[in-house]
Design a protein around this ligand. Structure first.
Ligand code: SF4
Length: 61
């Protein structure tokens, strides 16, 4: 299974990915999105989060 990865250097902290896939992504104390469970949401929801990210900080690995 591919896993989503957030590039912390690109993330602007907009929280959109957390809104779309809240069981996969969480904002950390630095205001950056982190993956808390790579299979927390179904793949379509994670793909939507990837597509929603305005700075393309999330990729499949
Ligand atoms: S959508 Fe992109 S920029 Fe926004 S919090 Fe998620 S990873 Fe960061």
């Amino acid at each position: 299974m591919p896993k989503p990865v957030v590039d912390a250097d690109l993330c602007t902290g907009c929280t959109l990915c957390v809104d779309v896939a809240p069981n996969t992504f969480e904002m950390n104390d630095d205001g950056v999105s982190v993956v808390i469970d790579p299979e927390g949401d179904d793949q379509d929801a994670i793909q939507e989060a990837i597509d929603t990210c305005p700075v393309e900080a999330i990729t499949w690995e």
